[in-house]
Design a protein around this ligand. Structure first.
Ligand code: HEC
Length: 113
């Protein structure tokens, strides 16, 4: 069972993703995000985002960027990078993406709000 589990889970995650019920779609790399990326390039941020939506989604849903502070993300990424077998540059890109995405103001503020 253990052998088949990850593939099944990945399929389920994809289905959930498509239906948009559970989990979140991490925000795309944008000019606003680049302004708060502290020098990380669009390429680096995109690589981090892809790691998050693919590798990090192999065991569980994608946790929302806003759910954790950048300091907490740094701890989580360190721990999860081991489980995910990321190399140092993948890990750095992922953290750069999470940090920048966290600092990016939402694109459409509610005018009523
Ligand atoms: C090999 C399976 C696996 C992979 C791959 C994995 N995780 Fe996890 N993750 C877990 C498990 C299991 C938990 C449940 C809590 C625990 O055991 O620490 C968890 C919990 C979490 C949590 C919740 C932590 C909390 O304290 O609330 C976050 C956020 C998270 N993972 C992010 C990631 C990110 C980001 C990646 C990609 C770098 C990733 N995970 C890759 C297995 C995995």
């Amino acid at each position: 069972m253990v052998g088949h589990f990850p593939r099944l889970l990945a399929g389920a995650a994809l289905a959930v993703f498509a239906s948009g019920c559970v989990g979140t779609v991490p925000p795309p790399v944008s000019p606003a995000m680049l302004r708060v990326s502290r020098g990380a390039t669009a390429q680096t941020l995109e690589a981090g985002r892809i790691t998050l939506t693919t590798r990090c989604a192999s065991c569980h849903r994608v946790y929302p960027v806003a759910a954790y502070s950048p300091a907490r993300w740094a701890e989580i990424v360190e721990e999860m990078a081991e489980r995910t077998k990321l190399d140092a540059s993948q890990q750095a890109a992922l953290l750069a993406y999470l940090t920048a995405a966290h600092a990016t103001p939402p694109p459409a503020p509610n005018p009523a709000g």
